[in-house]
Design a protein around this ligand. Sequence first.
Ligand code: GLN
Length: 279
Amino acid sequence: MTRNEAVHSARERLVQAGIDSAVFDAAELCCYALGITKAELIADGRQDVPFPAKEALLALTNKRAAGYPLQYLLGEWEFYGRTFAVGEGVLIPRQDTETLCSQVISFVRDKEAAVLDLCSGSGCIAVTVSLECQNSRVYAVEKSEQAYPYLKRNIVQNHASVTAFLRDALDACTLELIPDCDVIVSNPPYLTDADMDMLQREVSYEPADALYGGEDGLAFYRELTALWKRKLKPGGRLFYELGVGQEQAVSEILQENGLKSVCETPDLCGIIRVISAGI
Ligand code: GLN
């Protein structure tokens, strides 16, 4: 079987299984199984696929056809132009979250700012801000013992300077470990009960702890804001990623907590995805 034939049969299998991104996924899995790049796949499609790679590709394709996330199969995913290790137990970085990073980066720029990322997960926000804002000091808090090793690995792999804590951001004791900050940023769990009942097949493999934000999806906005606002330096700013349609409720939470100059930013799809407010 040639490389071209292998991609073709993987694609057919994924199309039959109803995978929307079948063309992309088949090529990615083929490259992964063969240990080659996309350029090599395209340039040399008539080369034979050796037996172990053929077996590996079959197993990967079957898992993907069952809805297992492509990102977990590949073990890494791209975010803001860098590669992040991912796997079961850690939320896969989403493109939506690049909007949150861009907002933080344009606020911090070259300032010597202390930046804190709460519910850090893979560390995609902390690592990105740390590398884009070279004068910043970045702290990351993550409570999950499954996610934390990915956070540590992503800091090292990307040569970022981030201080990571295996702690619960909702535990008041965690505040004592962190200095006052110019920026607090978080992509907290924000899905509602109703959202959790109709998760996309792929998302159901991701950690529920990283997705579920209480009955109305707002529990973390309430608790994080009430707890962490005292850690913001004068002139500091709090940035959150939002779920679809949460901007009004979260704006109220921010204002009830005495935060001012609320600013909302849409993502590339035009959905209000980021909210921020100052002290
Ligand atoms: N953006 C994720 C999703 O669409 C949710 C992540 C989160 O809750 N912060 O499933």
